[in-house]
Design a protein around this ligand. Structure first.
Ligand code: TNX
Length: 494
C-alpha cells in the first residue's frame, strides 16, 4: 500500500509517510523517513573508500541486474548532471558492533559499517529497497536506517547427507540467505545414508559412502575443491559455512566404507537407504581405530573450513562410552584451535564451557548446560524443523515433532529471550523426504525469511501482521531470484 511506512513496529520510525513504501525483512532496528525521494540517474557512481571487495561486488551486481550503469567514481566530475553517488565506507562507530550498518538515502546514498559484514548487510537492505526488476524510473525514499542484529548466529542447516544437494543449489541458497542477512550455513555432511565430503586419507568414504542415499534421494559428494569454492562463495556474501561430521552415531555410510570402524561382531555393514535413526555407531571399544579416524578426518575438514565452530554431531546415540567420546572429541577440536558444537545430547559429557550445544527437542532439559555457561544454538523442532510441513498434512513432510507442521506463523512466534546463553537460531532442513531442488525451495521459503527476522530483530519489536505485509511485498525479489517458494496463504501468495 503506497504511503504506508512498513516496519512501523520499529522503535524509531518517524510518522511521516513517504510516497514510496518501505518493506524490509528482517525489520531494521531503527528507520527514520526523511521525506521526499532520491531519483536514480541512469548511471550510478560507486565510491569505495574501504577494502570491502565482497560488499563492492554485491552492490555492483545489484545495480547491474537492474540495468543501471556503474561508473568509476574517480572518473566522475561534479557537474550538475552527475550521476547518483553511492558511497561505501568504514565508519568507526562502536555502537554498530560487528555486523551493524548505517544507510542514509538523501542527495546520495551512503552505506557505512565497521566491518565488511556490516557493509554487506547495508547492501542487502538497499537491494530490498530497490525494485526487483529493471525499471525506467527508479526512486528511493529519503531515509536513514541504523541497524544491527539481535543475535550473531542466524543460520540454516542443510542435510546434504540423506539426499545430496548439488553445488549450484548450495550457491543459490547462499545468495538467497544473504538477501535476508542470514550468516551461517551449517552443512550436515555425513549420516547413515551418505558421506558427502572427500577425505583424501580415507578415499572409500566417498567412493562407497558417497554412492548411497536415502531411498528416492540423490547420492553424490563434494570434492575438497568444490567445498573450498563454496566456502569462498559464502564468505564473499557474509556467510560462514559450518561443517558437521556427525559422530559417533549416524555413521552407517562410514562403516560401509571402512568396516574396521565398526565393532568386530557388527554384522550390518551394508550401505543404508532407510529412514531409521540411532542404529549405527563407531566402535567406541576400539579407541585406537576410532580416534585416529576422527582426528584425520578433522585435519582435512579444518583445512577446508575456516569456521571457528565445527559441528561434531553427537545426536541420537546411547552407548556407555558416549560421554567420554564427546569429551575427547571436544578436546581434539579445541587442540586444533577451534570450538566444537554438539547436538544437545552432548551436554551430558564433561566439556569446557566454550563448547556449544544445538538445542533441538523442545522439551530437552538443557538448563544445567546453560548454568555452566555453554552457549546454545536454538533449533527447537516444533519451530525450526522445516522438513515439517508448511501446513498440516503437507505431502512428503515429517510431523513427528508437531502434528500441525511448522507454518510460517509458528516459526515467527518463537521467543528466544528465555535462553540467556543463546548465540542465535538455526532452521534445519532434513532431507529424508526432500529429494529435489524444488522440494527444498518449497520447504525453505518463505519460512527462512521468518527465521531471519526471529534472529535479527528483538522479539519485542516483532509483529506477525507487520512481518507478513513486508514479506508479502518482497515477492518480486524472490521471483527475480527464481525461488520456488511455498505459495503461502498468509502472504497472499497462493
Ligand atoms: C532428528 S535433529 C534428527 C535427524 C532427522 C530429523 C528428521 C537430529 C539431531 N536428529 O537425524 O533427520 O530428526 O526430522
Amino acid at each position: 500500500v503506497a504511503g504506508v511506512v512498513s516496519g512501523s513496529s520499529a522503535a524509531a520510525v518517524a510518522p511521516e509517510a513517504s510516497a514510496t513504501a518501505v518493506h524490509l525483512v528482517p525489520l531494521p532496528q531503527s528507520l527514520t523517513m526523511r521525506g521526499g525521494e532520491l531519483r536514480f540517474a541512469d548511471t550510478v557512481a560507486v565510491q569505495v573508500d574501504t577494502q570491502s571487495p565482497g560488499a563492492e561486488a554485491a552492490l555492483e551486481a545489484t545495480l547491474e541486474s537492474l540495468g543501471i550503469a556503474v561508473a568509476d567514481a574517480g572518473a566522475v566530475s561534479d557537474v550538475d548532471d552527475a550521476p547518483t553517488r553511492i558511497r561505501l565506507q568504514r565508519v568507526d562507530d562502536p555502537a554498530l558492533g560487528d555486523e551493524g550498518y548505517r544507510l542514509v538515502i538523501a542527495g546520495d546514498v551512503q552505506l557505512g559499517a565497521r566491518t565488511e559484514a556490516g557493509l554487506l548487510h547495508a547492501v542487502q537492505t538497499l537491494r530490498q529497497l530497490l525494485p526487483a526488476q529493471p525499471q525506467a524510473d527508479i526512486r528511493l525514499p529519503r531515509l536513514e536506517i541504523v541497524d544491527a542484529p539481535a543475535y550473531r548466529w542466524r543460520g540454516l542447516s542443510l542435510d546434504v547427507a540423506r539426499s545430496f544437494l548439488p553445488v549450484e543449489y548450495v550457491e543459490r541458497t547462499i545468495d538467497r540467505m544473504a538477501l535476508f542477512k542470514l550468516n551461517r550455513l551449517h552443512l550436515h555432511l555425513t549420516d547413515d545414508q551418505g558421506w558427502r565430503i572427500e577425505i583424501k586419507r580415507w578415499p572409500k568414504l566417498v567412493e562407497i559412502g558417497g554412492a548411497s542415499a536415502v531411498k528416492g534421494g540423490r547420492s553424490g559428494w563434494y570434492t575438497q575443491d568444490e567445498l573450498r569454492h563454496l566456502v569462498a562463495y559464502a564468505q564473499a556474501r557474509g556467510i560462514t559455512i559450518v561443517p558437521e561430521i556427525d559422530v559417533p552415531g549416524h555413521v552407517q555410510a562410514a562403516l560401509a566404507s571402512y568396516n574396521e570402524l565398526a565393532c568386530d561382531d557388527e554384522d550390518n555393514l551394508a550401505p543404508y537407504s532407510g529412514l531409521e535413526v540411532g542404529f549405527s555407531v563407531l566402535c567406541l571399544d576400539k579407541p585406537e581405530v576410532v580416534y585416529p579416524f576422527v582426528q584425520q578426518v578433522l585435519e582435512e575438514v579444518l583445512a577446508i573450513f575456516p569456521s571457528q565452530e565445527i559441528h561434531m554431531g553427537g545426536d541420537e546415540i546411547k552407548h556407555p562410552l558416549y560421554g567420554e567420546f564427546v569429551a575427547h572429541t571436544a578436546r581434539m577440536v579445541e587442540d586444533m584451535g577451534r570450538t566444537a558444537i554438539f547436538w544437545e545430547e552432548g551436554s551430558v559429557a564433561d566439556t569446557r564451557p566454550d563448547v556449544l550445544f544445538q538445542f533441538w527437542n523442545d522439551g530437552y532439559d538443557i538448563a544445567a548446560a546453560v548454568e555452566e555457561g555453554h552457549r546454545l544454538i536454538l533449533s527447537p523442532c516444533s519451530y525450526f524443523y522445516i522438513d515439517h510441513g508448511n501446513y498440516a498434512g503437507q505431502p512428503q513432510t515429517y510431523d513427528w515433532c508437531r502434528k500441525e507442521g511448522v507454518p510460517l506463523a509458528r516459526l515467527y512466534a518463537f521467543d528466544p529471550t528465555p535462553f540467556p546463553t543463546a548465540v542465535g537460531i538455526e532452521a534445519a532442513l532434513w532431507t529424508e523426504l526432500v529429494h529435489t531442488d524444488a522440494a527444498a525451495d518449497n520447504r525453505l521459503w518463505p519460512r527462512l525469511a521468518a527465521a531471519a527476522e526471529v534472529a535479527w530483530t528483538p522479539k519485542a519489536q516483532r509483529r506477525y501482521e507487520d512481518f507478513v505485509q513486508r514479506t508479502g511485498a518482497l515477492r518480486p525479489h524472490l521471483d527475480a531470484m527464481g525461488i520456488g517458494y511455498h505459495p503461502e496463504p498468509d502472504l497472499g501468495w497462493q
